[in-house]
Design a protein. Structure first.
Length: 234
């Protein structure tokens, strides 16, 4: 017997208070396949979570491998920071960026760098495009616009670390990541994608310093940021 088009569409959401909320259609009340449908929905959700977790872990591994981290203090804290933030609502925006972290000598100038990487550049690096593809005819350039879209490479530079102060190091990482997004127009647009309409209006009225403080707290690193401020105040 063929399944209905809506088969597997039932969703169960666990609220913060532990209660379970079920999203279904009115016709589900009289459906004879509701048990199988619910079972299938749960299986689809489990598979999706497993896929998302694998994607997250693979991306974190690539970030660690490509980054230049010389101290265990930053390395272990960076791993925990990435795991926490990629599991948050803000993680969906991070997937649209390539974050790399680099420790620099203490006497060097500390700054963050954002570089737009186009799909064309990626294809050139892989040797998958010929000269004709790289320089399309003007009439076809607009049609290929979406194919030329890329992603921003955000390089986060660290000038110092705090030995035996993991919370301060986590606060430092959160601060630098927030700064990389807040000081970049594309980064601000990406942040808007994670905010409600009310939060967007609030965010637009803030200056840069308040935006960073607000974001760090929203991401769940307020305690770590306070530890950073206590260390730098000494």
């Amino acid at each position: 017997m063929e399944k209905r088009d809506c088969f597997g569409s039932i969703r169960q959401i666990t609220l913060n208070n532990g209660q379970t909320l079920t999203h279904s259609r009115p016709e589900c009340r009289t459906c004879e396949e509701i048990r199988d449908c619910l079972r299938t929905s749960k299986q689809i959700e489990v598979e999706k979570k497993e896929k998302d977790e694998l994607r997250k872990q693979n991306l974190i591994s690539q970030i660690i491998d490509l980054s230049h981290i010389t101290s265990n203090e930053i390395g272990s804290c960076l791993l925990e920071f990435l795991s926490r933030i990629y599991s948050s609502h803000f993680g969906m925006v991070l997937f649209k960026n390539l974050l790399l972290f680099h420790e620099i000598p203490r006497n060097s100038l500390s700054f963050n760098l954002t570089v737009p990487i186009s799909r064309t550049v990626l294809d050139l690096m892989r040797g998958e495009k010929n000269e004709q593809d790289v320089f399309p005819h003007p009439q076809t350039a607009h049609q290929q616009g979406k194919l030329q879209e890329g992603f921003p490479l955000r390089i986060i530079l660290f000038q110092r670390s705090f030995p035996n102060r993991p919370k301060a190091n986590m606060g430092l990482i959160a601060y630098e990541v927030a700064r990389a997004f807040v000081l970049d127009n594309l980064g601000v647009k990406q942040i808007f994608q994670t905010l409600s309409d009310v939060e967007i209006k609030l965010f637009e009225r803030m200056d840069t310093a308040h935006r960073m403080d607000w974001l760090i707290e929203k991401w769940g690193f307020k305690e770590e940021f306070e530890a950073l401020k206590n260390e730098t105040a000494r």
